[in-house]
Design a protein around this ligand. Structure first.
Ligand code: C2E
Ligand code: CA
Ligand code: CA
Length: 598
């Protein structure tokens, strides 16, 4: 008797398992042993599991699957419901099959019921465990995915990304492409949310198809998507990979018979330095906004254009050290005669050679300089370097003026003309060879002190230019009030000149400038098309990447000397075919030269 109970206890203990398959297989084997049955069926019927029969002997499982597919089994059968002792739960049936005729003793019947009850409990436990696992997997999926598109969500992107960034054995570089759809709100507003959702789902599908295996495509929310590039072999590969993904959006999306073109702006950044995913995403975001501002499809993160860096700079002691240690320098960008490509002056553009952040452009630090109280020191450094540079190229035989940008704050400072006079006196450069570029601003158009400062500068013989013309406050009012010699058309207008309305703005600015006898200079001339168009509209001068980018003094000198096609001081071919060079109509360039040479 004791032996029998012991056996029973051992058998039931064996199927105290969490895995349902193991429980069923153990049950078949143990029941076979315990009751010397030739074959055992465990049939289960659970709400959370498909109905199933597991059949076998002490040696092996012979069938495991849906009851309707189980082969008919011969033999004498003894059944026991799989129910708890109190009969409350019924999860199926245990069947013992014998080749011979059999009847169970009372003790054996009791053993069978006990065995069945223990099996019932084990099955229920295992099923509950499986169900809990399924739910938690579902839950984990929902927590990591966007329900609309099925893409990974922000949380998953971060979890996956952080793990990758922490993994020292990971091969290659990690990059993040952040994509924001343009005009998505309009789609939503005009076509409705259902159409909007369909667009998002289609975008998701296309991005997923266009990305490489191993990359993680996610939707961050709204119309923002991100692709985590994994294992980039070189930084230079990030942009082609980004373009490949974005190319998926070139074809219009068809929704309910309508063809909708989707445009996107994207930024790409590489994981570098500390800050993890948070910093990587922030950088991609900075690049994305840069792309939006400049109308590009994709821009790469550039530390020099990250204003978060500037804010940090402004707060640090960097600025005063920069002045003391002469970290500010100037680059020079040639201004040319649009017709002949002859260099007619050079604009000084400040640069900060920051010891840690590399070269920074003025957009990033001018604000900080102005707020720091270091503006006078900074302006003087720029002015001095510019005048010294002008003296150098004049000594080399190039009588070109230098144009220096002046902060609106400086023209509020009554001592500013005095400083300019001093610096000029210290240099060998005549006042007419200095152009001071003023940005249109509220101060310029309204304050009395400004009039005085400008009059003094003019009296010194310095030329004044109105910079960024057209972007500031009531341009015409400023022009009527401020006695300038030059107008600089802002590069924003030049960049959009292919559009007839913008071209009309440029044309009227040129006409206005010429009417007032001013030299008109176009900024941001980036291609021949713009050069020709400006020339045809009557604009005599320009600067921009088409001709030259800003460069250090020694490079400018070399450029001047080398010239183009054997002609020093020239940067490019003339607008008109060689052999038939058209001499400039007098009023176009001579005005400038008169001040300078005449
Ligand atoms: P800005 O006076 O309008 O200077 C022209 C800017 O256009 C320069 O940017 C130049 O690099 C850029 N540029 C030139 N050609 C092209 C082109 O073809 N395409 C495009 N997209 N851009 C072109 P930079 O050097 O970053 O200067 C930005 C601004 O910072 C200047 O605009 C000027 O307002 C200010 N700035 C520069 N140097 C000084 C300075 O010494 N003092 C003060 N107060 N402001 C300065
Ligand atoms: Ca300027
Ligand atoms: Ca400008």
């Amino acid at each position: 008797e004791r032996e029998a109970w012991h056996q029973l206890a051992q058998s039931t203990e064996k199927f105290n398992e969490v895995d349902l398959d193991t429980v069923l297989a153990e049950a078949v084997k143990r029941a076979g042993e315990l009751f010397s049955a030739d074959e055992v069926d465990v049939e289960i019927n659970l709400p959370t599991q498909p109905p199933r029969i597991t059949r076998g002997s002490t040696e092996a499982i012979r069938y495991d699957g849906p009851p309707e597919c189980a082969p008919t089994a011969p033999g004498n059968v003894i059944c026991s419901p799989l129910e708890s002792h109190d009969g409350s739960a019924d999860v199926g049936e245990l069947r013992l099959r014998f080749r011979r005729q059999i009847s169970l003793s009372e003790r054996e019947q009791y053993t069978l019921r006990t065995f069945a009850a223990a099996l019932c409990t084990a099955v229920r436990n295992a099923a509950a465990f499986a169900e809990a696992q399924r739910l938690s997997a579902n839950h984990a999926y929902a927590a990591a995915h966007d329900p609309l598109t099925g893409l990974a969500n922000r949380r998953r992107l971060f979890a996956f990304g952080e793990e990758l960034l922490d993994d020292r054995s990971a091969k290659g570089l990690t990059g993040l492409l952040l994509i924001d759809l343009n005009h998505f709100k309009e789609i939503n507003d005009t076509l409705g949310h259902t159409a909007g959702d369909k667009v998002l789902a289609e975008v998701a599908l296309r991005l997923a198809e266009a990305s490489q295996e191993g990359d993680l495509v996610s939707r961050l929310g709204g119309d923002e998507f991100a692709v985590l590039f994994v294992g980039l072999a070189a930084p230079a590969l990030a942009v082609p990979r980004a373009r490949a993904v974005l190319g998926a959006l070139d074809q219009p999306i068809e929704i309910d018979g309508m063809r909708i073109g989707v445009e996107a702006s994207a930024g790409v950044a590489l994981a570098q330095g500390p800050g993890g995913m948070q910093e990587l995403l922030r950088r991609a975001d900075v690049a994305m906004y840069q792309a939006k501002r400049e109308g590009q499809v994709v821009a790469v993160y550039a530390p020099a254009r990250d204003t978060a860096n500037t804010t940090r700079l402004a707060l640090s002691a960097d600025l005063s050290r920069a002045v003391a240690e002469r970290q500010f320098t100037v680059s020079f960008q040639p201004v040319v005669d649009l017709g002949t490509a002859e260099i007619i002056s050079a604009e000084a553009l400040a640069r900060w050679h920051h010891p840690a952040q590399g070269d920074l452009n003025p957009d990033l630090f001018i604000d900080a300089v102005e707020r720091s109280g270091l503006l006078p020191a900074f302006s003087q450094a720029v002015l001095d370097q510019s005048l010294r540079a002008a003296a150098t190229w004049r000594a080399a035989g190039f009588n070109l003026p230098v144009a220096v940008n002046v902060s609106p704050r400086s023209v509020l400072d009554p001592t500013f003309p005095e400083i300019v006079a001093q610096r000029l006196a210290h240099s060998e450069v005549p006042a007419e060879a200095l152009v001071i570029e003023l940005t249109e601003s509220l101060t310029l158009s309204q304050l009395e002190v400004v009039d005085e400062v400008l009059r003094s500068l003019r009296d010194l013989g310095v030329r004044l230019a109105l910079d960024d013309f057209g972007t500031g406050y009531s341009s015409l009012a400023t022009l009527a009030r401020v006695p300038v010699h030059e107008l600089k058309i802002d590069r924003a207008f030049v960049g959009k000149m292919a559009d007839p309305t913008e071209a009309a703005v440029v044309r009227s600015t040129i006409d206005l400038g010429r009417g007032l006898g001013l030299l008109v200079v176009a900024e941001g001339v980036e291609n021949e098309e713009q050069r020709r168009q400006l020339w045809e509209l009557g604009c005599p001068a320009g600067q921009g990447h088409l001709f030259a980018r800003p460069m250090p003094l020694n490079r400018l000198l070399a450029t001047l000397r080398r010239g183009y096609d054997g002609r020093p001081g020239v940067l490019a071919p003339p607008l008109h075919d060689t052999g038939s060079v058209i001499r400039l109509p007098n009023r176009r360039t001579t005005q400038y030269r008169q001040g300078e040479l005449g």
